[in-house]
Design a protein around this ligand. Structure first.
Ligand code: FES
Length: 617
């Protein structure tokens, strides 16, 4: 079979010609972007065929349409072409999935840990067996457990039984028993045992974070994060759900890719903390509903169809080994409860972490992403919804949009007299594009400089060579090619602003709709959770009217609140029940079912603080 070499990774794969370049890259875990999941819509999967040992089909009409002038420079769509001969394929910088800046910290605005784990370690001295009467190892241990600690009817995981004979005999009858809940023995080791550890995972659509914690002291021992490898199959959950539906083994492919990622994170966290992975005896996982279903192997198909019903809502315990997690052989993984098809356990964990359900302060909690999850409420009443904000906050559908990786513009300033631009990029690398906070910052500055008007149009009267006619109408040059890291001008187009208007309007309208049910109760606190919210300058967010309440509320970043909520539930078993109560109390509003949302969405498209063109006449 012909060999395909992927550069710059120097990875070689074989092909029988039946798979697209994108599918070959996915199988080989080569970090090639595919925002639309191979549907020939996004243009993010472009590659350059540097060499081929046979004829190559000419660019299709679709490729010409999507790639435009890039076709002449040899760019092709990886999801369009199949190679039947040996070839060398270059994945250019802009098509690679680069490492992201991942939010792992939480802030002082979140709830403190209380240590009450589901797991405890007990020390026993089990007498050796005698000839008469013969009492088996397990029964002798259970007898001692009952006599010494009053634990009745204890049960033992079969994997623990395998260790039992050696454990009892290798340390002068002393054994440390690890008990979960009231009476399940999930591990034991000879002598005085060792530390007890747990892991909490925040499984996001784009990133995954693993927190390794000491279950005795509550100390955070290590935090590791990575991209969610499912990104190679499509950027958003809808594309991944359809991937599962349209491809035989699609669900298993996505499931095994995330499990592999979790195991790599655990291994690296354990190595950093210098602990044995077998000592990790509990895991807690949170994520949106689609991530939850994909992780457990539940069919996510009906999440994408009204009424978007999940397979289950309650929090669940699984044996970690059933999920393929490489931690203690008899350890459990607990998944916090879900609320709805698009309000997952990450939202429940955010509420838990911020204490919104106990607060008397009217609070708006927003987790910004392709789907914006919004909660508004106070102690006795909480409402939630999910809005399809689209990918703009993650750089999708924006001409020079990119994820938050090195070289992404995260903040900028425009001089309102000269229109000169000063900017800050992630890791101070040469600018490559705009990440979510950069897009919001650019729009806010263009509003302040009078370039963008209330309806989002660009003011043609602005006198600067940076404002020019481009492929998609008027565009403003933020970075000249000579200063950029991609040898092209980086621009913000009118079309980009329109994408942002739709995204911000969805968040604004969803928030307003929830707040309207509180009959004039003014929001006093706006909490921004997740990477999307925490890197945004609150002033920029208010300038583009991202959410209502800027005049009355304090805007605070709460870091990775979902991850913090998962950690709380890991070290304190009572938090799991609390998560169940939050889910029961939280009322879900389906926005698609209301015409009011449409009205608010249309009115939320404006930039209220921008100049109004008509004012000038
Ligand atoms: S155009 Fe190929 S993955 Fe989107």
């Amino acid at each position: 079979m012909p060999e395909i070499i992927f550069l710059p990774f120097e990875k070689t794969v074989r092909t029988d010609g039946s798979k697209t370049i994108l599918q070959l890259a996915q199988d080989a875990r080569i970090p090639l972007q595919s925002t639309c999941g191979g549907k020939k819509k996004c243009g993010k999967c472009c590659v350059i065929i540097q060499e081929t040992h046979g004829p190559l089909s000419p660019p299709s009409e679709r490729e010409k349409e999507i790639l435009g002038g890039k076709v002449e420079r040899g760019y092709r769509l990886a999801c369009e072409i199949r190679l039947r001969h040996a070839a060398t394929v270059l994945i250019p910088e802009e098509s690679r999935i680069n490492d992201l800046v991942i939010l792992t910290r939480h802030t002082k605005h979140t709830v403190a840990y209380r240590i009450r784990p589901h797991i405890k370690q007990l020390f026993l001295e089990v007498p050796p067996p005698v000839l008469d009467p013969v009492i088996a190892d397990r029964e002798r241990l259970i007898l001692v457990l009952e006599k010494r600690y009053g634990i009745r009817r204890s049960v033992m995981d079969p994997f623990v039984l395998r260790k039992l004979p050696q454990a009892l005999r290798s340390s002068e009858n002393e054994v440390a028993v690890i008990l979960r809940g009231k009476n399940e023995i999930i591990d034991l080791c000879p002598g005085r045992g060792g530390g007890l550890f747990g892991v909490a995972f925040d499984v996001g659509t784009t990133t995954v974070v693993c927190f390794l914690m000491d279950l005795v002291s509550g100390e955070m021992r290590s935090v590791k994060a990575s991209m969610n490898p499912q990104v190679a199959f499509g950027d958003d959950v809808i594309i991944r759900i359809s991937f599962c539906h349209e491809n035989p083994n699609g669900l298993e492919k996505l499931r095994s890719s995330i499990v592999l990622c979790l195991n790599e994170l655990v291994a690296s966290a354990a190595a950093e903390a210098q602990i044995d992975r077998d000592r990790i005896v509990e895991a807690v996982m949170v994520g949106n509903t689609a991530m939850h279903h994909l992780l457990v192997g539940l069919d996510p198909h009906y999440l994408s169809m009204a009424p978007y019903a999940p397979v289950l809502q309650e929090g669940q315990d699984y044996k970690a080994r059933e999920l393929g997690l490489g931690i203690g052989a008899s350890a459990y993984a607990h998944l916090l409860p879900l609320k709805a098809g698009f309000v997952g356990s990450d939202t429940i964990a955010c509420i838990l972490a911020t204490g919104l359900h106990r607060s008397r302060i009217p609070t708006l909690l927003i987790d910004l992403g392709t789907n914006g999850e919004i909660v508004f409420g106070i102690k006795n009443k909480m409402l939630c919804c999910s809005t399809a904000a689209g990918p703009a906050f993650e750089g999708g559908h924006i001409r020079y949009g990119m994820r938050a990786s090195p070289g992404a513009i995260e903040r900028l300033k425009i001089d309102s007299r000269t229109y000169d631009v000063t900017l800050k990029t992630i890791q101070n690398e040469k600018p490559m594009g705009l990440c979510g906070s950069g897009i919001i910052s650019a729009a806010a500055e263009m509003i302040r400089a009078g370039i963008v008007l209330q309806k989002g149009d660009f003011d043609e009267e602005v006198k600067t060579h940076r404002l020019r006619e481009g492929e998609d109408g008027l565009e403003f040059v933020l970075v000249w090619a000579s200063e950029s890291g991609i040898d092209q001008d980086i621009v913000m187009t009118r079309k980009d602003v329109a994408e942002l208007q739709m995204a911000k309007s969805a968040i604004h309208a969803g928030s307003t709709l929830l707040m309207e049910e509180f009959e004039g109760e003014a929001v006093k606190r706006i909490l921004l959770a997740g990477a999307g919210g925490n890197f945004i300058d609150p002033k920029d967010a208010c300038t583009i009217d991202l959410f209502p309440g800027c005049l009355t509320a304090k805007v605070l970043g709460v870091g990775n609140a979902a991850g913090h909520g998962a950690c709380l539930a890991l070290v304190d078993q009572t938090r799991r029940k609390e998560a169940g109560r939050i889910t029961a109390k939280l009322e879900y509003r389906e926005l698609a079912a209301t015409s009011r949302f449409q009205e608010l969405f249309v009115s939320g498209m404006f930039f209220s603080s921008a100049r109004d063109f008509e004012d000038e006449f």
